[in-house]
Design a protein around this ligand. Structure first.
Ligand code: TEU
Length: 559
């Protein structure tokens, strides 16, 4: 790779600061806590840290509601702490990516305070203000300017009593959407981004960046008879000016700078939009987070589960490998702060916990693209254990709970849905050791520590060669050492059973075969004849020389 595309052989590690490490005992993780754990990251071998939001925020959505983009929330530390974190990472050859949340601000951001203050305020047009539906009474259910359902349940519009108009919020009422149609908004965002780059950060992960351009006609959605609201996604996602904005941002913010990394979070993105965004010739973003594979086990709403079909995960991921293979670039992830834990969801967090965590990691990390490790994934952390609804912290789950009666669910069913799909699963504290509060904090954590930290923790894994942690470490090293992992092309191999995900990577004469049994049953895989006698470079079981794959067995062969 050249300097400019260094990220094609990099591995990114996501830190969700609230739950990573708490240095001052207030029960909330902080920046000094991260500085204290840089050794862990270096040991794992990752190249980049993506830091979820630490900006000043009322924390209505755990920091994704920002009231000052150019300062740090006291709960996480200070700007000086960020400077120290940047210096510490840079001195060890790692880089820092900040979260950029500019589809919306907090309602406590000075821009929004001004905007809401009067209809003729110069910043009125920085957000989406509209009158009530013609012929309706403002404030009455159904009077909202559109019938869209918000990501966090309920209408996407809230009435401002003072000025008599509604403002748009695709997420919580405390997250009003910025109006990107207004060039002043875009200029303000770009200038803030340049300020962070000047400070030394190495790129951005861009929150719901495919929502910044909307259909300005704001058409209604097809209504759901139970709520009267519907999915406005076709009208507010991938709007007509999305690519214009991304290209403008590239020119105004990134051009002429040192090599950076940009990744756009794009819920609902399809292959065509992803290609438009990541084709290097179009000068937009390096890569996007697509959501297809994290939607396979629910019906479009994360609280409406459906079973994961055997082979569905492999089919979905292969489709993206093939689609973006020649032109674009994939990001590779199984988990983040919004998703249940990968081992609990796609693997087996019981009998085959270690085997399934390592098999999933193997098939993901050896694909073409940039892998992302979400904190705790590298030690195989599992879903949280939430005994009752009072243990839940996340606004999305709490809003779902508040509306569950409307959907005809009992309290028990509601808890069951949240335990399966809720975001708190990924937000329990990182399990550093078997001690009090898993070594996360000396105080009372803001969310319960998983009791399985007695055996599932980082300290127990460092010196165990067969541990999940050391398997991840080897996968990261393999990407760095072997160019076929970073840059080889991808060809799916039919191993004769939907439970087995097999593929070949090839770069010149170098070939790698990855075979992963993504099931808890033994399987006789049929492998291409020319792979007989190839040497094994990595596996999650001792080599038994047998053709039969054991439960969740993964093997990597090279010729
Ligand atoms: O998430 C956007 C998103 O579409 C979802 O994953 C979302 O979290 C929700 O679960 C949909 O049901 C991003 C952030 O990653 C998330 O933490 C924020 O809450 C959200 O944007 C708003 O900023």
């Amino acid at each position: 790779p050249t300097d400019d595309d260094w990220w094609t052989s990099a591995v990114v590690y996501q830190v969700y600061p609230r739950s990573f490490a708490d240095s001052d005992g207030d029960g909330v993780g902080d920046i000094r806590g991260i500085i204290g754990k840089v050794d862990h990251l270096q040991r794992l071998g990752v190249d980049v840290v993506w830091l979820s939001p630490v900006y000043t925020s009322p924390q209505a959505d755990a920091g994704y509601d920002i009231s000052d983009y150019q300062d740090v929330d006291p709960v996480f530390g200070t700007l000086a702490d960020i400077d120290e974190l940047i210096a510490e990472l840079h001195s060890r050859g790692m880089r820092l990516v900040m979260d950029l949340v500019v589809n919306h601000t907090s309602d406590e951001h000075p821009w929004f305070r001004e905007s809401r203050s009067s209809i003729d305020n110069p910043k009125r047009d920085w957000y989406w203000w509209r009158d009530a539906r013609p012929g309706s009474t403002p404030g009455e259910p159904g009077a909202e300017p559109t019938n869209w359902e918000s990501f966090f349940s309920g209408p996407t519009w809230t009435l401002d009593e003072e000025t008599g108009q509604y403002y748009l919020h695709l997420f919580d009422p405390k997250q009003p959407d910025l109006n990107w149609e207004n060039p002043e908004v875009r200029r303000a965002v770009y200038s803030m981004m340049r300020w962070w780059l000047d400070r030394g950060v190495d790129g951005f992960r861009m929150d719901v960046i495919n929502l910044i351009s909307k259909d300005t006609a704001l058409p209604d959605a097809e209504p759901d008879p139970r709520t009267g609201r519907g999915d406005g996604f076709p009208h507010y996602a991938h709007g007509p000016r999305l690519h214009e904005y991304l290209q403008e941002m590239r020119r105004e913010v990134f051009d002429g700078r040192r090599p950076l990394i940009t990744v756009g979070e794009m819920p609902g993105v399809d292959v065509d939009e992803a290609l438009l965004t990541t084709d290097p010739a179009r000068r937009e973003l390096n890569m996007v987070f697509q959501f297809e594979h994290v939607g396979l086990d629910h019906d479009g709403n994360k609280f409406q589960p459906v079973p994961l079909e055997p082979g569905a995960l492999a089919d979905s991921l292969s489709g993206w490998q093939e689609a973006l293979g020649e032109t674009g670039w994939n990001s590779l992830y199984l988990s983040n702060h919004d998703q249940p834990r990968a081992v609990s969801r796609f693997g087996d967090d019981g009998e085959f916990w270690r085997e399934s965590a390592t098999a999933l990691a193997t098939m993901l990390h050896l694909q073409r693209g940039t892998p992302y490790i979400y904190q705790g994934e590298e030690i195989g952390m599992t879903n949280g254990s939430f005994d009752d609804l009072d243990a839940i912290r996340d606004v999305e789950s709490l809003n779902f709970r508040a509306r569950s009666a409307e959907l005809g669910l009992t309290a028990e069913q509601t808890l069951e849905r949240i335990r399966r799909g809720g975001r708190d699963n990924a937000r329990t504290p990182v399990q550093w050791d078997a001690g009090e509060q898993a070594g996360f904090s000396t105080g009372a954590p803001w969310i319960g520590v998983n009791p399985n930290h007695s055996w599932l923790n980082a300290a127990a894994q460092y010196d165990d060669e067969g541990s999940v942690f050391n398997h991840y470490r080897r996968l990261v090293a393999l990407r760095h050492e072997n160019p076929v992992v970073a840059r080889g092309d991808f060809t799916r191999v039919d191993a004769g059973d939907p439970a087995v995900f097999a593929f070949e990577r090839r770069l010149g004469d170098e070939r790698l075969l990855v075979v992963a049994n993504l099931s808890g049953a033994g399987v006789d895989a049929e492998l291409p004849a020319d792979w007989a006698g190839a040497s094994q470079v990595l596996a999650n079981y001792p080599d038994d020389g047998a053709a039969r794959l054991r439960p969740w067995e993964a093997r990597v062969l090279a010729v």
